[in-house]
Design a protein around this ligand. Sequence first.
Ligand code: NAD
Ligand code: UD1
Length: 334
Amino acid sequence: MSILITGGTGYIGSHTVVELSKSISDKIIILDNLFNSDFSVIEKLQTITKKNIIFLKSDICDTNFLKHIFTKYKITSVIHFAGLKAVGESVEKPLLYYNNNIVGTISLLNVMKEFNCKKIVFSSSATVYGNPEHLPIKETAKLSTTNPYGYSKLIIENILTDIYNSDPSWSIAILRYFNPIGADKSGIIGENPSGIPNNLMPYIIKVATKQLDSLNIFGNNYDTIDGTGVRDYIHVSDLADGHIKALDYINNNNEIIKINLGTGKGYSVLQLVKTFIKVNNINIPYNIVDRRPGDIASCYANTELAKKVLNWESKKSLQDMCLDSYNFIKYNIV
Ligand code: NAD
Ligand code: UD1
């Protein structure tokens, strides 16, 4: 049995490969075009897992190459991370996002169908809940989104639902991630985007390493504990573990499941920044600036379904997340 991990050299994919290698004996095959990752991740994964991981540099849009992989490795299931994920960029370059994320996924699904491989775990996002009416957010909440990235996730969720409705021999897990941060405890892999980051933790890291002077906090007049935005930060290794449970579930049930992966706890920007400062004993200068357009006040998950269906819940604390995020940078950058 072989499992294909698209986008497996990326941030969440690489952490999932680490967890997978602990729990399955299947051959692990990573396919990634290295658009937002680096070949060095493969060597790092071999170091952590002490396993031989097969890596293929290719694009999910290349249907012929996918057919070659499915023929050669007899793929029996897929965890599909490959995709572009920057909200702002998706507004500037919608066709790039629709092409890469949607056309790429259709290419993958066509090949899966042709080779009778009908088990897939898909990376969706809490972004599909838009501005939620109720907190914590249940999977049954109204879905809406405001940007091409979010639409690409919603459209793929719909495509997968239609496929399942037309052929219930598929097994599909749609996982809606909240805000992954942190890094593997080895400090060998983690997240370090190039350029000026959009997301909070990568920005804090750039300030911690003095690559940027100070953090801009987008608004302190939200209706939250201290006025700054509240999010459900989840340790990437906990998130990775959720994929193992989801894979196990779809291996044993022909169903489509749509499940939140979050901790169920919301923390504000200031709470996160202060925790980072305390556990790492490092100063993070910050300024309060205007709200970021499109931001919502609060977003955190109802995690009951994940507990009930997958028997999964997050274990790591905000302190762990802050320590591990910086630990990775200390080992690799500073
Ligand atoms: P990432 O950019 O680190 O990883 C994605 C990987 O996919 C990269 O290595 C990239 O090179 C690869 N890729 C992109 N397009 C490809 C293509 N056409 N063919 C082959 N490889 C391709 O991102 P991540 O944070 O690990 O996110 C993984 C998935 O989870 C994405 O689908 C993302 O939209 C989703 N997601 C991420 C977050 C988050 O905060 N990180 C939140 C919700 C959902
Ligand atoms: C963003 C994306 C969302 C995606 C998620 C996880 C937007 C509008 N939304 O959400 O689609 O699923 O990342 O990848 O980009 N903040 C600051 N200063 C910063 C950066 C962020 O104050 O420099 C604040 C934000 O206002 C927010 C919180 O930190 O309150 C978290 O921001 P971020 O990490 O960008 O995640 P989301 O806004 O949840």
